[in-house]
Design a protein around this ligand. Structure first.
Ligand code: SF4
Length: 360
């Protein structure tokens, strides 16, 4: 099987107003950190995440209070809501009844067959998918016994075990994740899963750590998979504000040309030729373009010597020079701009280009 095309070769599965799988499109997910029964706090966090570019949100559902809050949360948000349930089929039934757009539950952990059937029947009736979440840290006993310790083969076997339970009930709206905090293990498990079945894959490196180290760890693992054409949704898991998870995920998708609604900053590393305070300008411009929903490439360069030519692929950019800067587009200088107004002029030009993009 050609893994390069797994992403688009997956089965399309509807989640709210989105279709996961069956195309090259990849969606960014995150998870709330609030108590789900605290509807006010949960909605406020989800709205912040939406603003940052989150496209699907998951909430924990540890008890009935949380399950009974799903409807109230859903009413006030604009992106599909996934409800994360461990074992308790009653919570799954409530969440589905309340309008969950997807539930994350492992059918093999629900218990008696009637309970599994009840959940599957309810999900079918509402037309919502089930995500099977395999985690290297909580593999079934019989699999651990067979392999001795968590392995990629064991993780895929666990996924297939849960998949079979759903398929036997003629349920196919399935999404699968195979998370591990060990990058190599996660990459191997997802790669093997992509060869074993065509259900869409939700990518994640679990417990990856703090904002700095966790971003690098996630980028290494998720980047490897994305470049191999694997993955239909992803979550960057960080011990940080979930808004940061979304920002890191967006950057990753941009790198692989998988984001069509975000601008990218190109900035030079600076060197002895530098003529302007590039680091603060780069940060200011990065912040500014974080809300631009057009796929523009914006460059900020420290000097004009190699400047515009170094960023030929940029749609728009500035290169510093003593007292004034050069504004350039696609490697060609457009005009000189005074240093004091350089950043403001760049912002104006970015807005113009974004407008033109949406008028097209
Ligand atoms: Fe150095 Fe100029 Fe290149 Fe920046 S753009 S790295 S300042 S030569």
């Amino acid at each position: 099987m050609n893994e390069m095309i797994h992403r688009s070769k997956t089965r399309p599965v509807r989640v709210g107003n989105l279709t996961i799988g069956g195309s090259d499109e990849l969606f960014i997910q995150s998870m709330t950190t609030t108590k789900t029964h605290d509807v006010e706090a949960t909605v406020a966090e989800i709205l912040r995440l939406e603003e940052a570019g989150c496209q699907i949100i998951r909430v924990a559902c540890p008890d009935e209070r949380a399950a009974n809050s799903i409807g109230a949360i859903k009413e006030r948000i604009n992106i599909p809501l996934v409800v994360d349930i461990h074992f308790d089929y009653k919570l799954a039934l409530i969440a589905i009844e309340q309008g969950a757009d997807k539930i994350r539950i492992n059918p093999g952990n629900i218990g008696r067959q009637e309970k599994v059937e009840a959940v599957v029947k309810a999900a079918k009736a509402k037309g919502i998918p089930i995500r099977i979440g395999v985690n290297a840290g909580s593999l079934e006993k019989h699999i651990l016994k067979k392999y001795g310790y968590p392995t990629a083969d064991g993780m895929v076997e666990s996924a297939l075990h849960h998949i079979k339970i759903l398929e036997d009930l003629d349920f196919h709206d399935i999404i699968v994740s195979l998370k591990a905090s060990d990058v190599n293990l996660a990459v191997e498990a997802y790669t093997k899963a992509a060869a074993a079945f065509d259900y869409p894959l939700h990518l994640g490196i679990t417990e990856s750590g703090t904002l700095f180290a966790g971003s690098i760890k996630s980028a290494a693992g998720l980047g490897t998979l994305l470049s191999a054409g694997i993955g239909n949704t992803l979550r960057v898991s960080l011990s940080a504000d979930p808004v940061q998870e979304v920002k890191v995920a967006r950057e990753l998708l941009k790198i692989f040309g998988l984001s069509s609604n975000a601008a990218t900053l190109i900035s030079c590393p600076t060197c002895g030729r530098i003529e302007i305070d590039l680091i603060s300008i780069a940060n200011e411009v990065e912040e500014y373009i974080s809300t631009i929903k057009a796929p523009l490439k914006v460059a900020v360069l420290g000097c004009a010597v190699n400047g515009p030519g170094e960023a030929r692929e940029a749609d728009i950019g500035i290169a510093g020079a003593r007292g004034e800067g050069l504004l350039f587009m696609k490697g060609k200088t457009v005009r000189k701009v005074p240093e004091e107004t350089m950043v403001e002029e760049l912002k104006m030009e970015i807005d113009k280009l974004a407008e033109e993009y949406f008028e097209k």
